[in-house]
Design a protein around this ligand. Structure first.
Ligand SMILES: Nc1ncnc2c1ncn2[C@@H]1O[C@H](COP(=O)(O)OP(=O)(O)O)[C@@H](O)[C@H]1O
Ligand SMILES: N[C@@H](CC(=O)OP(=O)(O)O)C(=O)O
Length: 566
């Protein structure tokens, strides 16, 4: 018996729109609206409904009236952005920006240096705390209960947080409960000799829960009114995919209502934990995948309909390449949501892969800035940009990818081959990154983040299972330790990009094993061996960003693309 429902997406005859956009942007033409929705948290009861189960949970078909939408739905985003005294932007500060007391002081000064902003602040865990929590958990599995308090990483985490509070003049009691609970949890892990993905998420949540409490206490101490929030308590509702959960639509109205109501009751800068959510079925703490605080920030931006989302990092914006591979990589001043999403998806650590989606849906500009160098202009990510002079924007490397070569055992002209292959991946719940096909053969790479969110043993057996299933219809070659090099740029200049890229790779004696031009038209992906990938990226970067593109352009006779719009 289902007695509480949330309508995550609303299907009108015209479009599929997020729930709060319906209030704001879609005129309600009809008296009766028909909905297709996921069951979630308590929100609204429909007039009629039918429920069927699907692979991801329940699917609900229902209808409610226009009056229900207007009277019982959440307030529209316009309520949050319209007033003179409302919240204006999100500022997200990553672990590197709040790594110690000095950094927290600088971030507080930075926030105060924008007196016209009324920001929502999203914080990650301090410095490398998430990594240390994970290591502490892994050590707890084998160290025995009595040795838990001696785990090095636990001592490091305690010292860092206690020292930070002392240096900031914040009461140690601010995170007393969290430190006690953390040690208790590690003892529990030691007792069980097991660290499940669910426990792992609860364990790492202590990082963000502590950093936000300390920072909010510090702001209050210096006279800036602030209020701390745990994301899982204010409506961040996710799937139950521990360690890599997806945000559900229920989040937007819930978060907007909570932050908006509290602000209106008594204005205080909200300090929200990044990275965390609450699984809708389990009710347990979930995480959004590594680097997930960016997604928290863009989700809040969309939920509240804010003017801008700022993500503050330790680099001068999105760069032409990972600076750890190419130290001379330069900031990219402008990107479209589409370019930024491809870049993040194909491995640029600077942005979380899913973080552009809410910003794009809400059409809210994202600014990537450097908290160590606030005067640097950073990168502005928007719906469209001038592409008239753009060739290549950035080069991205994704390592340790698994590639499959699949050749049909049937004759040429056999239909349904690709459909069969992809239905095997669908059944096994494995997503595919890059694909290249001919009529009887197919090369593809598997999304490592989805694969790696599972237990190692499970991963290996899943790969075996994939191969076993595919071998019923094809000859399969499993190739591991490959890398995807993605060239993100103006694909209206693709011939120029390819000509230049292959010239550089040939000069370096590299053989490309597969190539694919994304349908999104901003990405050309090439697969090479892991051990030659960095060399290739450096050669490509030198060729495109320090090289003589003009010389090539004169020969190419290609038309310049003008404006990219999604
Ligand atoms: N294309 C890129 N542009 C900028 N930074 C990149 C890029 N690729 C990788 N990085 C790395 O991403 C880091 C910033 O991301 P991240 O560590 O998640 O920041 P934060 O913890 O501050 O949110 C940089 O220090 C840099 O080493
Ligand atoms: N602390 C989490 C979430 C996060 O977003 O961190 P950062 O902003 O420092 O990348 C992590 O390390 O994954």
């Amino acid at each position: 018996m289902v007695n509480s429902l949330y309508f995550s997406s609303v299907k009108t005859p015209q479009s599929l729109a997020p729930w709060n956009s319906l209030h704001l942007r879609q005129p309600l033409q009809q008296q009766q609206l028909h909905f297709s929705a996921w069951v979630g948290v308590n929100f609204l009861l429909p007039r009629s409904l039918s429920i069927s189960s699907t692979c991801r949970g329940f699917r609900v078909e229902c209808s409610i009236t226009k009056t229900d939408v207007l009277e019982r739905g959440v307030p529209a985003s316009q309520n949050f952005s319209g007033g003179d005294n409302q919240l204006t932007c999100v500022m997200k500060f990553g672990g590197s920006s709040v790594a110690n007391a000095e950094r927290m002081r600088e971030v507080a000064n930075l926030i105060c240096s924008f007196p016209n902003e009324r920001p929502v602040i999203v914080l990650s865990a301090m410095g490398k705390t998430t990594n240390n929590l994970l290591l502490a958990g892994e050590n707890a599995v084998s160290c025995g209960v009595i040795n838990v308090s001696c785990i090095n990483e636990l001592s490091f985490i305690k010292d860092l947080h206690l020292r930070t509070m002392d240096e900031l003049g914040v009461e140690r009691s601010t995170i007393e409960t969290q430190l006690e609970d953390l040690e208790q949890l590690l003892k529990g892990i030691a007792m069980m000799k097991e660290l499940t993905p669910r426990t792992r998420d609860y364990l790492v949540s202590f990082g963000e829960c502590m950093s936000t409490r300390i920072f909010a206490a510090y702001l209050n101490k210096i006279g800036v009114k602030a209020r701390q929030y745990d994301a899982f308590e204010i409506g961040f509702i996710t799937t139950d995919d521990f360690t890599n959960a997806d945000i559900l639509e229920a989040t937007y109205p819930a978060v907007a209502t909570k932050l908006h109501d509290d602000w209106n009751r008594e204005p205080a800068i909200p300090i929200v934990t990044g990275f965390l959510g609450k699984g809708w079925r389990s009710g347990a703490v979930t995480t959004l995948g590594r680097g997930g605080s960016d997604l928290t920030a863009t989700t809040i931006g969309k939920a509240l309909g804010l003017r801008e989302i700022q993500v503050w990092k330790d680099v001068d914006g999105v760069l032409t390449c990972d600076p750890n591979i190419c130290p001379h990589a330069e900031p990219v001043p402008y990107l479209t949501f589409e370019e930024a999403a491809e870049l993040a998806y194909f491995g640029a650590q600077v942005l979380h892969p899913q973080s552009m989606r809410p910003a794009k849906e809400g059409d809210i500009p994202v600014r990537v800035k450097n908290s160590y160098n606030p005067n640097a202009p950073g990168t502005l990510i928007t719906r469209s940009r001038d592409m008239s002079t753009a060739v290549l924007t950035s080069i991205v490397l994704k390592r340790n990818v698994t590639m499959l070569d699949i050749v049909s055992t049937r004759m040429l002209g056999q239909f349904g081959f690709l459909a069969k292959v992809f239905s095997i991946f669908e059944d096994l719940g494995i997503s595919v990154d890059v694909v290249a096909t001919s009529e009887v053969s197919l090369s593809l790479t598997l999304d490592p983040s989805k694969l790696w969110s599972r237990e190692l043993i499970q991963q290996a057996s899943e790969l075996d299972h994939v191969v076993e299933e595919l071998e019923k219809i094809a000859v399969v070659n499993l190739l591991q330790h490959r890398s995807i090099i993605s060239l993100i740029g103006n694909v209206q200049r693709s011939s120029l990009i390819l000509e230049k890229a292959f010239r550089e790779l040939r000069t370096n004696g590299v053989n490309v094993q597969m190539i694919s031009q994304g349908a999104s038209k901003v990405n050309i992906s090439m697969i090479v061996n892991d051990d030659e990938a960095e060399k290739c990226v450096r050669a490509l970067h030198a060729g495109f960003f320090n090289g003589d593109l003009e010389e090539l352009e004169l020969d190419s006779g290609e038309e310049n693309g003008s404006m990219s719009r999604q």
